[in-house]
Design a protein around this ligand. Structure first.
Ligand code: FUB
Ligand code: ZN
Length: 639
């Protein structure tokens, strides 16, 4: 294990944002660089520490062991070794590089820095003089190059290469990998397009990569090529079938989409790319389509955990209200993609409904994807389980682990934003932003909080010189009554589900105190989600809770239990449990004899099985399956 060495950010490249939106005409909000935000102790810092010390080092070892790096060496040495892993494995290495590069944006870690440099050389040694680079299609499959774009992932892998290379360039100023990505992108732009050969993102992703490359280089051809991919004009030239178009979420104009369908990650990444495209062009058809899709998702297709994609068949969205619990597919990548998409929607609108979805996904359906020790991952994130093995260190399709890793390592870049009006506080965590207003005036904003365990957040606002601007504090939609004080004076008109704007002349020493309503709450689903009829979910703040068998009274079985009526929870912070969590307890009941002893069907008038009172213990959903394989349930029957 390499020692963790975080030093002061040493590279001098201070504009290392997640997205570079400062010149994007239709972005209302702008990213604050990852390097400008220092995260203090707390919920996410624990996860981020594990990410750097355990997850990234073990994942690169596994990528090596499974031949994913070897693929590049094999191509470079022109040996005839078969390709290791599925068609898209190059992207898993690129995503690991992106994750490591975001770590470097917060400070140097020599091991990661050196590893990326080494991998850059290995990757580029496989690149052809034309710029083409995809290890699957450079060996025995070379003759199939660009002939099966609906499945080939050639463009998808380039998208991940660009994102990784840009993140590393922004961390270090080293553009070697990015120049390799540019060579491949230029090859595409020169050879493909309406008057040239037809191109298709069989797995959308490159759209995002190209638009970030446009933002980084200023070269409009990359934006235009992304627009061409989103325009989906090649259906006929590529002889695409309806089923492929549905599955890929590409191949027809993005603006013709009216609902989410098909492969969830593809659909979400396409929506990310389309939002990026809107941020640059302001094309109203995109804005309209994105709104329609967002409403479709939150009204019909999103799990309470922020996960999406109900079906294992095709890793796809289901029909409206098709949100099974045990069978839920909810791939980690889909929850992450949902988070990424809503980030982009926030940037172009400034509306907190998008940040609310991000928070839901981040704390629950994304966070569940990695074990607390950082070495085991969920591919699926079901909401009910009878204890099947859900966490593994490696998957043949290993897209999710580095996706979670890049999310954690880029987190400082999501906490704050700026706009022409001032500063946005999106997420709550001990964190200090040393940045500036959009007019260039230097500013420090410092949050102190134990969120999500505690409901209070103090925000110290320290402009270098007194200045008038707005501080926009997100009031989550779940916090129905929120108290805000400015320098001790209570404020009025604080509404849930909105950014609370505090416009004033700020001076050094000013501070805001926000107290959220973090009472545990019971949530019901629309009764069209038939599986959840008669059930409730327990939430507290941003966290969704669940029952895990091991916490329940001895000799009782989770699936024999019901929650009693009433709202009386007791809360207890348990420092030694699951890394430190707030445990919730509630009265419940359990069948006196196992429900299996009951007949399958009985007359409605027949006496119900006898039950006895028990105390049910809830833990945060993200923390389940960290103490071995166990039964778990999010939606609990209620008397
Ligand atoms: O196809 C590449 C990745 O593998 C997708 O994003 C995941 O859903 C998995 O299928
Ligand atoms: Zn995945």
């Amino acid at each position: 294990m390499q020692p963790l060495v975080i030093s002061i950010f040493a590279f001098g490249i201070l504009s290392a944002q997640v997205l570079k939106l400062d010149q994007s005409p239709y972005a209302k909000l702008h990213d604050v660089p990852v390097s400008a935000v220092t995260m203090g102790d707390g919920f996410w810092s624990e996860r981020r520490k594990v990410n750097v010390e355990k997850s990234l080092p073990t994942m690169i070892q596994l990528l090596e062991q499974h031949g994913i790096v070897e693929n590049f060496r094999n191509v470079a040495s022109k040996n005839s070794a078969p390709h290791n892993g599925p068609v898209y494995t190059d992207s898993d290495l690129y995503k690991w590089i992106e994750a490591a590069a975001f770590v470097l944006q917060s400070g140097d870690v020599p091991f990661l820095h050196a590893k990326i440099d080494e991998l850059t050389d290995t990757i580029l040694s496989a690149q052809e003089p034309s710029g083409y680079l995809n290890t699957y299609y450079q060996g025995v499959n070379a003759s199939k190059r660009f002939t099966e774009m609906y499945r080939s992932h050639e463009l998808y892998c380039l998208g991940h290469l660009l994102q990784a290379a840009i993140a590393y360039y922004r961390a270090t100023g080293n553009r070697k990998l990015m120049d390799g990505g540019i060579r491949y992108a230029d090859y595409l732009v020169e050879n493909f397009g309406p008057e040239k050969r037809p191109a298709l993102t069989g797995h959308p992703e490159l759209e995002m990569g190209l638009i970030e490359l446009y933002r980084t280089t200023g070269q409009r051809k990359y934006l235009e090529f992304a627009g061409y991919l989103l325009s989906g004009v090649e259906r006929e030239r590529l002889h695409l079938k309806d089923s492929q178009i549905k599955y890929m979420f590409s191949g027809v104009p993005f603006t013709s989409r009216t609902q989410f369908e098909g492969h969830a990650v593809r659909a979400m990444y396409a929506s990310c790319g389309a939002t990026d495209y809107y941020a640059e062009t302001g094309d109203a058809r995109y804005r309209q389509t994105l709104e329609t899709l967002w409403r479709d998702m939150v009204a019909h297709k999103m799990y309470i955990t922020g996960g999406v994609g109900s079906r294992s068949q095709d890793e796809a969205f289901g029909n409206d209200y098709e949100l099974p619990n045990a069978q839920a597919y909810t791939e980690s990548c889909a929850a992450i993609a949902n988070y990424m998409w809503n980030w982009r929607m926030l940037m172009v609108t400034g509306e907190s409904r998008f940040t609310d979805v991000m928070e839901r996904s981040l704390y629950n359906g994304t966070n569940s994807g990695m074990s607390l020790d950082g070495t085991l991952y969920c591919y699926r994130n079901p909401l009910e389980s009878t204890g099947e093995k859900i966490r593994n260190e490696w998957y043949e399709t290993s897209c999710c682990p580095p996706n979670i890793e890049r999310t954690l390592s880029s987190l400082p870049g999501y906490i704050f934003n700026t706009s022409k009006q001032g500063v946005y506080v999106n997420f709550f965590h001990n964190a200090t932003m040393d940045w500036h207003l959009e007019d260039g005036a230097k500013l420090r904003v410092r949050q102190s909080t134990q969120y999500p365990w505690n409901n209070r957040v103090e925000i110290a606002v320290d402009p270098a010189v007194p200045a008038e601007f707005s501080l926009f504090v997100r009031i989550p939609e779940w916090s129905k009554t929120t108290a805000v004080q400015i320098n001790g004076a209570s404020q009025h008109g604080v509404a849930a589900g909105a950014y609370y704007e505090i416009r004033r002349r700020w001076s050094r020493g000013d501070h805001v105190e926000v107290t959220f309503d973090m009472q545990p709450r019971l949530t019901r689903a629309n009764t069209l989600v038939r599986e959840n009829v008669g059930r409730v979910a327990v939430e507290r703040g941003p966290l969704v809770y669940c029952l895990e068998q091991t916490d329940q009274p001895k000799n009782t079985r989770l699936f024999d239990e019901e929650l009693s009526a009433g709202r009386g929870f007791t809360e207890e912070f348990s420092r030694d449990l699951l890394g430190g969590i707030t445990v919730l307890k509630h009265n419940g009941s359990v069948a006196e004899t196992p429900l299996e002893d009951e007949p399958l069907y009985a007359a409605l008038e027949a006496p119900k099985p006898r039950s006895k009172p028990v105390t049910l213990t809830f833990i945060p959903y993200y923390a389940w399956a960290n103490r071995g394989q166990d039964s778990m349930e999010v939606w609990v029957p209620r008397q």
